[in-house]
Design a binder for this molecule. Sequence first.
Ligand code: NAD
Length: 264
Amino acid sequence: MTSGFPPVPHGTAAAAGLDPAGRTALVTGAGSGIGRACASALAEAGALVHVVDMDAAAAKSVAAAIGGRAHVVDLARAEAVGELPADIDILVNNAGLQHVAPLTEFPPDRFALMQRVMVQAPFLLIRRTLPYMCARGWGRVVNISSVHGLRASAFKAGYVTAKHGLEGLSKVTAVEGAPHGVTSNCVNPGYVRTPLVERQVEAQAAAHGIDAGQVVSEVLLGRSAVKRLIEPEEVAATVLWLCGPHTGYVTGASIPLDGGWTAA
Ligand code: NAD
């Protein structure tokens, strides 16, 4: 019996949801933490990886370790995106930064910088790479959002605003990319064991007036049912899954890796 729906186009790249092997990936902020883990996982799966970071030493060392290509650019500069390759199958928008301060004391220039790096740069990179993906009938955009793309916390006006913006951008990309075999999704981790979080512990201690140990147990893990930080490799595994053969129908989604934070 037929369903009455038009048949799924078996055999097309879009329907097959090809593996990362033989694909070209670009990962921003790939010199450290989650970006480095994503770059390594994609390279291990057979992709050629463009390692993009403003930290020259980190970008070069990661690129050398995984057989990728280093690009040293500051993504806060809109022109920097024009210096990056456009022929990309897999784009991982990961570069980001944090600033912790009460809203009324939040420095406006820091707020603007966070929007440039975490919203404007992903927009410009998607705008630059989407035509190539669409022309090939296959593409994967993975945006490293955060539980703070779905929930707010005090003292994080710049970050929560940027991540909510990234969520909207990802959904529009999903809608426009779907007819061309391009998916776009957000991955939403809770607190990941990276230098960004290590720096934040001290800032949070000052903002909340408590010590570092209390910051981890009460502030960072306070709303997580799983009482540990998540590792960068666990985030990279989800990114890899989104680029693999079973996720052509997963698009416009936000995938919490938050230890149950948003379930409660
Ligand atoms: P990290 O500080 O370890 O690494 C971030 C990398 O981005 C660094 O190598 C840095 O040099 C690079 N970068 C920052 N600004 C840049 C710019 N203007 N141009 C080019 N490169 C730039 O941080 P991380 O924890 O791995 O975070 C990566 C992403 O994951 C961020 O978007 C962050 O918001 C998100 N995230 C992190 C956590 C966490 O707990 N660590 C949780 C949820 C989401």
